[in-house]
Design a protein around this ligand. Structure first.
Ligand code: SF4
Length: 341
């Protein structure tokens, strides 16, 4: 509940004389940028295509390791035209302020069409706090045949999720850890439960879902916890759901050492042995963990080097050229696209 004259935890909603207003409708950190869809990361959703990426400020979480803390922890002015990063404690992150760019849903969609991107990704900060703008933009985009992607922490209500499934086509959902303790202490919210409910609901209602877990040494990297997470994915979503384990680097208020490649490779092995078919490793170079591999015959289907992809063994019908097995990929592949980022 937000008292009159106050703003919510996300910094972007205000109770003005008993009515709740969003202060960031159409407030963007820039006019948008074109990213490979692999950067979201979505590896099995229109592989090789471009995702026109837009973001605002604020977040429903307070992750101590946030990579985008300058935008996620900023506050808008009352017109949503300016953002300020303020700190309550005595840390040395330094106050920052920057202007926001106002856009209408029509302007966003027209930019996307001009860029010839396949999709719009609502990304970088938590999209759910931008819900009204995303809904209006997504509905327009859908009419133009453009796909809509959420890169989300999954902390959305069942009411919001029931609406989302009408216009969201793909989502990468962050599972920050498989414990309430981590969510309480590192993220600042009481429980993981709503996040898991969102993942399950999206998946069961036809949204293409991929999951990402950033492995942070000493915080969420216990083998028993990772095994529990893998079992949950298999039991509640299914073994085909792409699961990304990514390497953490010290950031914002988190000072744990960087994740070693060894531990990620170990979790790759465990996840495969437990039965997950599409496991990927992020932020490291891995012989196996960067590529899509046929779960039946073990051939590389899509080879990735950074964000560049090449089609090795995928047919037009998304089956394996070598053994004919169906590969759980949504949409067509844009082959052999070289990208330099
Ligand atoms: S949910 Fe994402 S954007 Fe929000 S604080 Fe956590 S890492 Fe940052």
């Amino acid at each position: 509940m937000i008292s009159p004259g106050k703003r919510g935890f996300c910094n972007t909603r205000e109770n003005i004389e008993g009515k709740l207003y969003t202060l960031i409708y159409g407030s963007c950190i820039s006019t948008g940028s074109i990213d490979p869809v692999e950067k979201k990361p979505l590896y099995h959703f229109w592989p090789g295509s471009d995702a026109y990426s837009i973001a605002t400020i604020g977040c429903s979480f307070r992750c101590q390791h946030c990579q985008n803390w300058e935008i996620s922890q900023s506050h808008p002015d009352s017109n949503g035209e300016f953002a300020q990063f303020k700190q309550k404690d005595q840390t040395n992150f330094g106050a920052r302020s920057f202007p926001l760019t106002k856009m209408t849903p029509e302007q966003v969609v027209s930019n996307v069409k001009r860029s010839k991107s396949r999709s719009i990704a609502y990304t970088y900060n938590e999209p759910t706090i931008w819900y009204e703008f995303i809904k209006d933009t997504s509905i327009l985009a859908k009419r133009e045949g453009i796909k809509n992607i959420l890169v989300t922490n999954g902390y959305s209500s069942s009411e919001a999720n029931r609406d989302y499934i009408k216009f969201i086509d793909g989502a990468n959902i962050d599972i920050k850890a498989f414990s309430d303790k981590f969510y309480k202490e590192i993220v600042g919210i009481p429980s993981i439960k709503p996040v898991l409910e969102t993942a399950e609901f999206f998946y069961k209602n036809g949204v293409h879902v991929e999951l990402t877990t950033l492995i942070i040494p000493n915080q969420n990297d216990k083998e028993s916890e990772i095994r529990e997470l893998i079992q949950w994915v298999i039991n509640k979503l299914g073994s085909e759901v792409p699961m990304h384990f990514s390497a953490y680097r010290p950031m914002y208020r988190m000072n744990e050492p960087s994740t070693s490649s060894n531990i990620l490779e170990q979790y790759y092995e465990i996840a495969k042995k437990e039965g997950l078919q599409n496991v990927f490793l992020g932020n490291i170079n891995s012989k196996r963990g960067n590529h899509s591999i046929c779960p039946s015959c073990g051939e590389i289907i899509i080879h990735r080097h950074g964000y560049s992809i090449s089609n090795k063994n995928l047919t037009e019908n998304n089956t394996c050229k070598k053994c004919g097995s169906k590969i759980a990929i949504q949409g067509e592949i844009t082959s052999s696209k070289a990208r330099f980022f």
